[in-house]
Design a protein around this ligand. Structure first.
Ligand SMILES: *[C@@H]1O[C@H](CO)[C@@H](O)[C@H](O)[C@H]1NC(C)=O
Length: 280
């Protein structure tokens, strides 16, 4: 996958976030389709995988937004509002190893570049965190831009859309903890390792940023399924790493079958640590 990754610097925004910033450091790009070849001169840059090597550096000009004035950040992600006293964690920026580099984040330029496009985060609370951070960064760069969020409720809907109207940019969050389907059946809630029907909701996005893992080890009351199914085999439980791996293969096959021939850019983020008390 390395070497095939001529990556939009813009998508680096997914790294520049609040409390769980470091968790995203492990993000990898899995864009596997034939990459557009840049003209000569950009050739050295093209060899850069900005995700593969680098470090988090302190940038005194950060943060790029103030959570207190961002209308998009939900309460529980607003660490300062809930009394986190330190601020240094807000100043980290991902710095690819030389000669690779990324331009400084420019929200207005990004909104212009994304005109007419749909950018979609698909996954658990890490994806939600990245989605809200991106909205905050864009809002800070274009505070007077008209935005519409649907649905307007504060609760986490399975599908939430924010539009920057003048720029014609649509940013979507799709909630799914496992990427593959959970189906309510007579016996109970079945986690289907080889079914990903919900993915039809992701078609048509220009950029797709996925994540999963955090919910896979869960058991007890916070486990939202009763059985695991693969093919015709239904089990009460199995090795969770193995289950995750099977589900990721289902997901990757879907990506290959549906996105390889499109211009959609696909990213897979790293793993989110526990971010509530009680280790959930
Ligand atoms: C907004 O983008 C969509 C999708 O590319 C396009 O169909 C539509 O015409 C655009 N609207 C405006 C007002 O430019």
């Amino acid at each position: 996958m390395r070497g095939r990754a001529a990556v939009f610097a813009a998508v680096l925004v997914v790294f520049l976030v609040a409390c769980t910033a470091a968790a995203a450091a492990a993000a990898i790009t899995i864009s596997r389709k034939h990459q557009h070849r840049p003209a000569s001169g950009a050739a050295a840059k093209a060899a850069c995988d900005v995700f593969a090597a680098g470090s988090w550096v302190v940038d005194e000009s950060y943060p790029l937004y103030d959570s207190a004035t961002c209308p998009f950040i939900r309460a529980e992600f607003d660490c300062r509002r809930y009394g986190r006293p330190d601020k240094e964690y807000l100043k980290y920026r991902w710095q690819p190893s030389p000669p690779c580099s990324t331009p400084r984040f420019d929200g207005v330029a990004l909104l212009r570049m994304w005109s007419g496009k749909k950018v979609m985060f698909v996954g658990d609370s890490l994806a939600l965190n990245q989605y809200e951070s991106l909205l905050c960064m864009l809002h800070a760069a274009a505070p007077n831009a008209r935005t519409t969020v649907t649905p307007a409720s504060e609760k986490v809907d399975p599908l939430t859309t924010a539009r920057f109207e003048e720029f014609n940019v649509t940013i979507v969050y799709y909630l799914t903890h496992y990427l593959v389907d959970i189906v309510n059946e007579k016996a109970g809630r079945v986690l289907k390792l080889d079914a990903i029907d919900q993915a039809r909701n992701w078609l048509g996005a220009d950029v797709l940023v996925f994540d999963s893992w955090h919910w896979w080890p869960r058991s007890g009351p916070t486990q939202p399924w009763d059985y695991i199914q693969e093919g015709n085999t239904v089990v009460k439980d199995m090795d969770r790493t193995e289950a995750f791996s099977k589900a990721l293969n289902t997901w990757a096959r879907w990506v290959d079958a549906n996105l390889l021939q499109t211009n959609t850019r696909v990213f897979f983020q790293g793993i989110s640590p526990s971010h509530y008390r009680l280790n959930i």
